[in-house]
Design a protein around this ligand. Structure first.
Ligand code: G6P
Length: 492
């Protein structure tokens, strides 16, 4: 593939994910507006599906989504180009509650992140998860033929692959990328009917994770919970029945170039406006945090480290401001609402303890930031602090690096997949060890500029060399390999 060309899928793509790439909504004048992807996987994959001319299957939500779709839930996208089909799956409220808020986010999400205390399992949720996986599988089968590459995304669709592979021609390739961690067998044991989930995933010809440690824990679970499956540790291939699943680690990247470009396009006045809006001192040293409000992100631990920094390194008082942007998420689930309350009250308490008439140590906001505002924040902040207790990858940390065109420093948890790939140029912390966490923030902020720049330059090189397109190419290479192996086996 030439540089700058869209990655080419090894067949007609049928992508399936819980979230859809385009969402239709009623505007203020009552007309229908379309919300196009601005970042992340959907934005990266959209042109690829466009050029392979395939289908994207996803949960369709709301009246406007229904109004623009045909009787079968189909709508041609992107608007104006209409080069592929978005197939919406309609889910009644009870299905959303059981499959999305229930089994996906009250059972699988906490277990995969090893928060077993937060599991909240209601038996009917598992039935809804099965039911919705069946709906997705049926939609996939409707769109797939011998030429197709089915590519499922993430933990919402753990049972669909086996349902699909039973129904499509043997030439069709079924692949999946699991974007969150895979837990150790001890935590996995808590998944109700865990074996069914593993067998669902073994319906894939290819199963991708971000890092090798998740491949290893997945293979451990297969060995322990799926009798009869043959796990080859050398090749990471699992044989089961007449099928084979290749398990690979391909760390996901971000669209580094567009963050770099957008960041170069912002100027200081945008940063000045943000400083004014949030009352930041003109000369302060600024660190940022940008997260969904999720208990896996270690936000309370981060606030504790900031408090410790101000207590133990008093020279930062009045000189340092931490800006935390939180995006409310999954707020129907009590654990998420509780976290929001905890974060807001901790910020208030720390600001009360250290703040003065003209300095607030922590600025916390849940306001929407445009891509330009985010890039201004990333570009002009002195550091970013990312402190998850467990995170499959953490793409925000890579976006910060890509946007840090004039340097900066990344303080990153040793428990994020991103640390395994970014290596020693991040300032690594253990989010639960408050003292050393605070000491590392101090170190990152006060390191000589030459050291900070050298480290950031190397991080940037890595993030650019392993960007979103690189990741897609690697997935597609692996899929092509499965297709060839399959053809050889079938004597093709
Ligand atoms: C994680 C998951 C994604 C999910 C995202 C936002 O990154 O891996 O699949 O889309 O969180 O969460 P939400 O529940 O709003 O889709």
């Amino acid at each position: 593939r030439e540089d700058g060309e869209t990655p080419r899928a090894p067949g007609r793509l049928v992508v399936a994910s819980n979230r859809q790439p385009y969402r239709h909504e009623y505007g203020e004048d009552g007309g229908i507006e379309v919300d196009a992807p601005t970042g992340g996987l959907t934005a990266g994959l959209d042109p690829v599906v466009s050029s392979s001319g395939g289908t994207w299957i996803a949960w369709g939500d709301g009246e406007a989504d229904r109004e623009v779709a045909d009787d079968e839930g189909r709508v041609a996208v992107p608007p104006g180009e209409e080069s592929y089909t978005l197939q919406r799956v309609w889910l009644p409220e009870a299905a959303v509650e059981g499959y999305y808020y229930g089994f996906s986010n009250r059972v699988l999400w906490p277990i995969c992140h090893e928060f077993v205390d937060l599991i909240d399992h209601r038996p009917e949720d598992r039935d809804w998860y099965r039911h919705v996986n069946r709906e997705f599988a049926d939609a996939i089968v409707d769109h797939a033929d011998e030429e197709s590459v089915v590519w499922l995304q993430d933990y919402h669709l753990g049972l669909a692959p086996a349902m699909v592979s039973e129904a499509v021609p043997p030439e069709t390739t079924v692949a999946q990328f699991w974007h969150i961690p895979w837990p150790r067998a001890g935590a996995f044991r808590a998944v109700p009917d865990g074996r069914e989930l593993l067998e669902g995933l073994l319906g894939n010809d290819l199963l991708g994770f971000h890092v090798e440690s998740y491949v290893a824990t997945f293979l451990d679970c297969v060995e322990e919970f799926v009798p009869g499956a043959a796990v080859d540790r050398e090749t990471a291939i699992v044989g089961h029945g007449d099928g084979e699943t290749r398990v690979v680690a391909t760390p996901m990247g971000v669209d580094a170039e567009s963050y770099d470009e957008r960041s170069r396009a912002v100027d200081r006045s945008q940063w000045e406006r943000l400083k004014e809006r949030y009352d930041l001192p003109t000369e302060a040293t600024v660190a940022v945090g940008v997260d969904r409000l999720d208990y896996t992100k270690g936000i309370p631990e981060r606030l504790a480290a900031i408090e410790e920094l101000l207590a133990e390194y008093p020279r930062w008082r009045g000189e340092f401001t931490f800006v935390q942007k939180g995006t409310p998420s999954r707020t129907d689930i009590p654990a998420y609402r509780d976290l929001g309350e905890q974060v807001r009250s901790e910020v208030a308490r720390i600001n009360d303890r250290f703040g003065t008439d003209d300095w607030r140590p922590i600025v916390y906001t849940e306001e929407f930031f445009s891509q330009e505002e985010l890039c201004a924040l990333y570009r002009y902040a002195d550091a970013m602090i990312v402190s998850p207790l467990l995170d499959g990858m953490n793409l925000v940390s890579q976006e910060y690096v890509a946007a840090s065109v004039d340097g900066g420093a990344l303080v990153l948890s040793e428990r994020a997949g991103a640390t395994e790939v970014l290596g020693e140029d991040v300032y690594t912390i253990d989010p639960a060890a408050t003292d050393s966490f605070a000491a590392t923030i101090d170190e990152a902020l006060s390191a000589p500029e030459a050291e900070r720049t050298a480290r950031m330059d190397r991080l940037r090189e890595h993030v650019f060399d392993h960007d979103l397109e690189w990741w897609m190419d690697r997935q597609f290479d692996e899929i092509a390999r499965c297709r060839n192996d399959g053809a050889d086996r079938d004597g093709g």
